[in-house]
Design a protein around this ligand. Structure first.
Ligand SMILES: Cc1ncc(COP(=O)(O)O)c(C=O)c1O
Length: 396
């Protein structure tokens, strides 16, 4: 009988198996050697911030680390970015993530781009988290300021046409005047979000500028005006304003495939998804693979099973044409991606073996997020943000 020790010993690359650096996990957490993992590349994060900072002529960067730091882990992302002088602070969309940043020791300003009920507003202020304001909460803010005996820093969100959060630009002046007039409230920033429809973006920016200029003329202090996410970094330099607010570009993925070749901004991917080949076998002609026999072998063929599936954030639709890199070669995903498994077709020869590292996405041509997203009919946002938070993060 093969003991566990001798089985593991038979895996050639075992010495190099990932002992994940579990930056966001308690040290006692143990992950199996064959659990998929997320790699984080701090050098590339720093490179991207440098490039963005140069592109925006040294304006401060409010780094969006929402949705688990775009897959890197919210505390990993903020922890790695915080020491960089270009980073003015962080933006998330859930109070829980803002609290996680404070719990992790992040000291720079943290903005929560969400509606907060009064109790949550109070908790945010208590933890020195900046709320985003777009409803008449000035009285509540004054009560909270009185309770903590300090000025409450806030940011204001104006809706210039995206129709989500934000006070509609036509009604914004009254709300902002009221907030600006309160002694115990300090407006640190005023923001809007583009629809990323290039023609309409210009109209949105004009609405925002006209509102802010009018308010400033009347003496309102609006803090830093900001609007530019990654899209605007590439497309709209006049929207850089006082500060920029990118997410995806920091993590090094091009949010639109054409941006890679635009020559505007060089980015290096700071996150990748990996797993190890868990099984290799030969299917005989007419054998099947996957639920519903999604794949039937036209000839004898070798296939490899990877222990990673849609529950880990790897899209179900990857079987529509995504490829996985093993030992420098790209192999097509076949059959169907199940919750925890993916099957790839290796070919006539068994060219991979149990324990080989499989790259689901990384920086290399053919396995870049945009390549995988195009094959899956999804977006680079789905690929990174849907990575299961429980996967180990290995900070290189
Ligand atoms: C309000 C807001 N600002 C900025 C961003 C960052 O966008 P991106 O990741 O495209 O740079 C987002 C993300 O969707 C957002 O919702």
């Amino acid at each position: 009988m093969t003991s566990r020790r001798s089985f593991l010993g038979s895996v050639p690359a075992l010495a190099a198996l990932p002992r994940a650096v579990l930056a966001e996990e308690a040290p006692r957490t143990v992950h199996g050697s064959f659990d998929p993992w997320v790699e984080v590349h701090p050098e590339n994060l720093r490179f991207n911030v440098e490039q963005i900072h140069r592109r925006v002529e040294a304006r401060p960067i409010l780094a969006v680390v929402k949705n688990n730091g775009y897959g890197l882990g919210v505390a990993n992302a903020a922890g790695l970015l915080e020491p960089l002088p270009a980073i003015a602070g962080f933006a998330v969309v859930k109070l829980q993530e803002a609290l996680a940043l404070r719990d992790a020791g992040v000291r720079k300003p943290v903005l929560v781009m969400a509606f907060l009920a009064e109790a949550d507003l109070e908790e945010a202020v208590r933890r020195e988290i900046t709320p985003l304001v777009f409803t008449p909460v000035a009285d509540a803010l004054e009560r909270i300021a009185a309770k903590f005996q300090r000025t409450v820093p806030i940011q204001v969100c104006v809706d210039t046409g995206i129709g989500r959060l934000g006070v509609p630009y036509r009604r914004a002046a009254a709300l902002i005047h009221d907030l600006a007039a309160r002694q115990s409230v300090s407006i640190q920033g005023t923001m809007m979000t583009f629809t990323e429809d290039p023609d309409f973006d210009r109209e949105q920016l004009a609405r925002f500028r006209s509102l802010c200029e009018g308010l400033k003329k009347q003496g309102a202090l609006l803090g830093r005006m900001h609007a530019a996410s990654s899209f605007a970094l590439f497309r709209q330099p006049d929207a850089f304003l006082d500060m920029v607010r990118p997410g995806m570009a920091i993590y090094g993925a091009y949010s639109e495939p054409e941006f890679r070749h635009a020559g505007t901004l060089e980015l290096r991917l700071a996150v990748s998804l990996k797993a190890r080949v868990a099984y290799v076998k030969q299917l005989k002609k007419a054998d099947s693979a996957g639920y519903n026999r999604a794949y039937v072998a036209r000839d004898d063929v070798w296939v490899a099973t990877l222990p990673v599936g849609h529950a880990d954030g790897w899209p179900r639709t990857a079987a529509k044409g995504a490829r996985v890199r093993i030992g420098g070669e790209l192999y097509p995903v076949i059959a169907s991606v199940s919750a925890s498994h993916t099957i790839v077709e290796i070919g006539r020869e068994p060219r991979v073996q149990i324990g080989d590292v499989a790259t689901l996405f990384d920086w290399q041509e053919g396995s870049r997020p945009e390549d995988v997203a195009a094959a899956c009919g999804s977006s680079v946002y789905d690929l990174t943000m849907h990575l299961n938070p429980l996967l180990p993060r290995r900070v290189l």
